[in-house]
Structure formats: C-alpha cells, structure tokens
Design a protein around this ligand. Sequence first.
Ligand code: ATP
Ligand code: MG
Length: 349
Amino acid sequence: MDIRIENLCISYGKQRVIDGLSLNIPPGGFFTLLGPSGCGKTTLLRAIAGFTPIASGSLRFGGHDVTRVPAHQRNIGMVFQDYALFPNRSVFDNTAYGLRARKVAAMHIKQKVTSALERVGLAQYAARLPAELSGGQRQRVALARALVIEPQVLLMDEPLSNLDAKLRIQVRQTIAELQREAGITTVFVTHDQEEALALSDQIAVLERGRVAQLGTPRAIYSQPASGYVADFIGAANLLPVQCRASEPGPVRLQLDGHPIAAHAPAPLAGAAVLVARPEDILLSTAPGTGVPARVLALQYLGIKTSYRVELPGGGLLNVDVHGEPAAALARGAQVGLVFDSRKTLVLAS
Ligand SMILES: Nc1ncnc2c1ncn2[C@@H]1O[C@H](COP(=O)(O)OP(=O)(O)OP(=O)(O)O)[C@@H](O)[C@H]1O
Ligand SMILES: [Mg+2]
C-alpha cells in the first residue's frame, strides 16, 4: 500500500516543524527519512501513525484519505528507539498486545505470536521478561509485536540507536530480511547515513521540515542535489568557490589560486560550493602536483587513515587514504591535493 503525503504542515505553537512537505512512498518498499536532529523526522512519522495532528495538507494510504482517521484505525505497526515494552509482561504477552487489543481469539493469538517470535529468532524466550533479554533481543520483541498484527504500514523510529555497533548490524539484517519477506510498506527514521544507505530502496533527506532530496541511496550519495545533502551523506568537504558561467559538465576553477577540474551537474554562475568527499582526494608528495596543503593531524583507523589538511588560505579538508599510504605522512608534511575531476562536484550555493 502506498503512502501519499501532500503539502503537509505541522507546527508546535509558532514553530513550523513540517513545512509544506509532499512525498510519495511506494508500496512494499523500504523508505527512509534521513536528516539531522530536529529536522522533523519523528514528527512526520508520528503524523503518518496518527499520533500528531495535521494542521493542513493530506495523507493517503492506498488511495484512502486518512488525514483525520484516528491512530488505532490505521493498522500500523510501530517500533520505537526505546523498545517501549511492558517491563512486567513476558515476551509472549508483549508480542500479543496488539492482537488482544483487537480481540483476536486466544487460539489464533498463540499461533500468530509463536510464528512472529520464530521469525525474529526468539521462540525459546517467550516466557522471559524484557529485563532478562539483551538490547538486541528486546528490539526483536518490539519488531515481532509490530509485525504480529500484520500491519499495512511499518513505521520505525531509530530502532537501532540504542544498540552497540555489532548488534546494530545484526538487527539491521533481521529488519531487512523481515521487511523483504513480508513486503510491508516501511518508513524508517534514522540519522545514521550508513544505516540509510544499507537498508533503503529510497531515501528522503529532510532539511528543516522539507525534502532536500529524494532518491535511491546511490543517487543521493553520488549525485547530491546540494552541499547540505552531500555533507550529511558522506561527510563531504564543502569549500566556497567562484565559478564563471558554465554549462553542466566539466568545469575548471580556482581553489586558493590553484587550478582544479571538477564536474557541474547543473548550470552555474558566480558563488558556488565545491563538494569533495574525503575518499575522492589524493595526497601527492610529488613536487608541484595538486593544490598545496599541510597535514595538521592524522588518525590511523585500520581500513584507512584520515588526514586533516589545511590550504594556504586557511581552508580545512578531510582526506581519507585507504590501505597503507605509499609514504608515511607525518603532521606538518607538505602535500599536494589532487581532486578526482569526475567525483568532485560544483553546486550552486
Ligand atoms: N511535542 C513538542 N512540542 C514542541 N516542540 C516539539 C515537540 N516535538 C518536537 N518538537 C520540535 O520540533 C522539531 C522537530 O522535532 P522532531 O522530534 O520531529 O525531530 P527529529 O528529526 O526526530 O530529531 P531527532 O533526530 O533528534 O530525533 C524540533 O525543533 C523539536 O524541538
Ligand atoms: Mg526523532
């Protein structure tokens, strides 16, 4: 079932939090709302669920207008960041909650709950209390509880953020598998870009209650529409540059008085922003190559080494070198920055 959001506005007092937002969320897919803290992700998700009143605009599920339909009539499964399990009820009873609320017969409850717990790998834990489970297991119970009612829409608000790094990846895989199996239209909220890239069919990057960009993970990563999106996905370096009027395609410009080549996805003129990802810059030690810079700091991270470098004009950049660097570059070393001319973008600022 698809979700159509049209011209949605939500305010808290005088603060407009969702600002004329429109989105079509296709049926059966994994759709992610991504953006920094405070951009309106939870507010939008709660509005889809029916917990937050909508000031204006409309919300449709599979063609039906549900803008004024109360939450309990929307047939939605929801998973929260903090599990929201009943601490004094067993895993079984927590999972059965939505079915009992819907007055499903006991016989069916037993069978549906058992099957939901099997799907999340917790069948043998049915009698335990939440406190007797690990964080990852608790979040699996929350997932079973959301799925057991066979919802038309599954909403998840940062379900992985309370888990440690390893568990996060495990539960992430469980979520991806269950979602694909069940084919439920899923809206997932995160501010973790890696999670969004790994899980999503489509991502909407939000910026102050509006959609900054909508696209596949690949499109959002490789063709960011703005410096904001590029910075949010992939921690790009953003540098102000001046650009003579140019058509879309290869452009030449000056960075601190040194020529570099980049790519402009759209026509440009005047003030622009250069967007270069840390992994798309090479550090050269050959004299006279690239834009001169100085190494301020470095961090060895195993799979890569991250360098912080400074341009003569004071601009700062992060550069990642994967594998072992050809030459050990210490703090203070002089290097030349060589930009990948196809991957370095110039966008209107
Ligand atoms: N109940 C509320 N009353 C007043 N203001 C609120 C309320 N809930 C959220 N806000 C404000 O609305 C804005 C959006 O909040 P929201 O919770 O949707 O952000 P978010 O994108 O989910 O952020 P985070 O990543 O931190 O969870 C914030 O500025 C927040 O302070
Ligand atoms: Mg939130």
